[in-house]
Design a protein around this ligand. Structure first.
Ligand SMILES: NC(=O)c1ccc[n+]([C@@H]2O[C@H](COP(=O)([O-])OP(=O)(O)OC[C@H]3O[C@@H](n4cnc5c(N)ncnc54)[C@H](OP(=O)(O)O)[C@@H]3O)[C@@H](O)[C@H]2O)c1
Length: 294
């Protein structure tokens, strides 16, 4: 789509802030590739303005929006319908507006699983550690439980938040092996050999704090464990760079970003998302591909 016209179908992003987002690059490249008269616009919306912004979307005939920090949970109360998975996870990241009604979805769940599978990491039967217990962790742990992993241990700086997440998981997966603890050196030291997959869902290591790492400095990483980071800016975090140095397989956060976007694209347009083009657009828009400048 070269020009925005009166006929252009609009989608966008509600968040605060939104200036760093790669979603406009990714979706607009996909619209161009398929020759669709569509455009994706980021909307910076303050937390106090969320309800006004949503009303405005209907008035402006917007087709749908992605929802990001800090609105993913707050937006739920304004939805007319919420998909079963979004309801279970307790967060909406994609809204489709149909005949003036808001339909809420959570594409982070499928996006996360597709990224693991694309990287040749089948979660079924794995012993998994999840570092962090925020919004991204919620999508990841529900996706893992649905995939019949062997066990999940959630380690978080604020251990109570991990406990709340475990409580919500147990309601849905009463027979699963679920544990929680603080994200501290002693707890990681006690468990370090017990995981097949370790996923960083914390924001530790995200630009500009690129030398920070959620894995304690004195605890070695294991060559036979897979390390996944949901952060995509930078693409290679300190966490992944340490895992690589230990000889382990690593998975960066770009796959999840692209696949959650692809599911949203398909919900809005009804067309198959051009995933390869979306990946190229994200890579081109990424300011910090490595932790250190080459
Ligand atoms: N690849 C993707 O598509 C994708 C999708 C969603 C999110 N993400 C990434 O995932 C990360 C988390 O996002 P979110 O939505 O889950 O954020 P969030 O809800 O704010 O949660 C942040 C998490 O990081 C932890 N944390 C923050 N600072 C910390 C520190 N200094 N030391 C230890 N733990 C710390 C928090 O622990 P406390 O509970 O103790 O505060 C919490 O567990 C971000 O980097 C985001 O970019 C990526």
């Amino acid at each position: 789509m070269e020009t925005v016209r009166g006929s252009t179908s609009l989608v966008g992003l509600l968040g605060w802030p939104v200036s760093h987002s790669l979603s406009p690059n990714m979706h607009n490249a996909a619209f161009n590739q398929l020759g669709l008269d569509w455009a994706y616009v980021p909307f910076p919306v303050r937390p106090t303005d969320l309800s006004k912004a949503l009303k405005g979307l209907i008035a402006l005939n917007i087709v749908g929006v992605n929802v990001t920090i800090p609105h993913k949970q707050a937006v739920m109360r304004y939805m007319d319908e919420v998909s079963k998975s979004a309801q279970t996870v307790g967060a909406v990241n994609t809204v489709y507006i149909k005949e003036g009604k808001f339909i809420g979805h959570n594409t982070d769940i499928t996006g996360f699983l597709s990224a693991l599978i694309e990287a040749d990491c089948q979660p079924k039967g794995l012993r998994v550690a999840v570092l962090g217990a925020g919004g991204a962790a919620r999508a990841a742990v529900f996706a893992l439980a649905w995939s019949e992993v062997d066990s999940v241990v959630i380690l978080n700086r604020t251990a109570e938040r991990a406990a709340f997440l475990i409580d919500d998981l147990i309601d849905v997966f009463p027979d699963s092996s679920l544990y929680f603890g603080p994200l501290t050196e002693p707890s990681v030291a006690a468990l370090k050999d017990s995981f097949d997959l370790v996923i960083n869902t914390t924001s530790v290591g995200m630009y500009p704090h690129v030398d920070d790492c959620p894995w304690p400095e004195n605890i070695p990483m294991q060559a036979n464990t897979v390390y996944c980071d949901l952060i995509y800016n930078p693409l290679e975090t300190a966490f992944l760079s340490r895992a690589k140095a230990a000889g382990a397989k690593t998975i960066d956060g770009l796959g999840m970003l692209i696949h959650q976007g692809a599911v949203a694209f398909e919900l809005w347009t009804g067309k198959t998302a051009p995933v390869k083009i979306m990946r190229h657009a994200c890579l081109a828009g990424l300011p910090h591909k490595r932790r250190h400048k080459p």
